[in-house]
Design a protein around this ligand. Structure first.
Ligand code: ARG
Length: 278
């Protein structure tokens, strides 16, 4: 039986969403975007979380920072401590301070990073281990730094396909939480072809029971999913992944963020988890 865990998320309304530059292969600045459509799709995700009893905090969008809707890149938070980010891409560096200011104003202990990394886009907490992505955005030095900041093991994984440039586009954490007796269930879903051979071996060894997702489902951003341990929020286009989830006893909840995919982001990108003090 799957048990729903309570989540507290940070989201940002895509009021200024557009695609005016290209920092990943999904972005095509000459193709028009529809901000109202982005807003209504985003609202559906927000409402879905609230309807299921989760808490969602909001950070004010900033004009001129169209990617701020992808709050997963704003930091990484465990035990009430928030590590800020240092973007690889200049276009998003203006987001660093507003996110750190928000964490500070909401009672989190803020740690300013030294190394280049893009927050929960490239760091995923699975049980008590942090999986760290590298290859496109976050540096491997940042993996060492985050391990020190949170006193947790960090497993470095190398991404090789430019379409899957952040770790959260290639791995979905299904059961992220520790129970009273330690990690009770911690499993993931992933897209094997997004990783180099060494990283694939690490994943096979650590997660023998993982959900292996097809290239077709990966190509529609199926892995960019959020989970509360029971409900897995995923793209409606990832039909094979949804079936795999149902077979495993999860509740597959489809939410369409196709407009936000024009910026190269999906459900998980728009969702930053705020993990408080235990
Ligand atoms: N346009 C954004 C970028 O390339 C999309 C970020 C997606 N976020 C994520 N967590 N994968 O930075």
């Amino acid at each position: 039986m799957r048990i729903q865990q309570h989540r507290r998320y940070l989201m940002c309304r895509p009021e200024h969403f557009t695609v005016s530059y290209r920092i990943n292969p999904w972005m095509e600045p000459t193709r028009p975007t529809d901000t109202d459509r982005a807003l209504s799709q985003w609202q559906a995700l927000y409402d879905t979380y609230l309807d299921l009893g989760h808490e969602v905090e909001l950070i004010d969008p900033v004009q001129g920072l169209p990617d701020m809707v992808y709050t997963a890149n704003g930091g990484f938070i465990v035990d009430g401590r928030a590590l800020g980010v240092k973007f690889r891409v200049d276009e998003r560096r203006g987001e660093e301070q507003p996110f750190m200011d928000w964490f500070d104003a909401h009672g989190f202990e803020v740690v300013r990073p030294d190394a280049v990394q893009e927050g929960e886009g490239d760091f995923l907490l699975v049980g008590d281990t942090i999986l760290g992505g590298s290859g496109f955005r976050s540096s491997t030095e940042s993996h060492r730094e985050i391990g020190e900041v949170f006193e947790r093991d960090v497993v470095t994984l190398t991404l090789v396909d430019p379409r899957f440039y952040h770790l959260d586009t290639a791995i979905a954490v299904l059961d992220p939480v520790e129970g009273p007796g330690g990690v009770e269930r911690a499993n993931i879903a992933y897209l094997p072809s997004a990783f180099d051979a060494a990283s694939r071996r690490v994943l096979e060894e650590r997660y023998p029971d993982a959900v292996l997702v097809s290239d077709d489902d990966g190509a529609v951003f199926g892995l960019n999913a959020a989970s509360d341990g029971l409900n897995v929020f995923h793209s409606p286009r990832a039909t094979g992944f949804a079936a795999q989830l149902r077979e495993r006893g999860y509740n597959a909840v489809a939410v369409d963020l196709s407009e936000l995919l024009l910026g190269g982001g999906g459900i998980k990108c728009c969702t930053l988890e705020l993990r408080g003090r235990a």
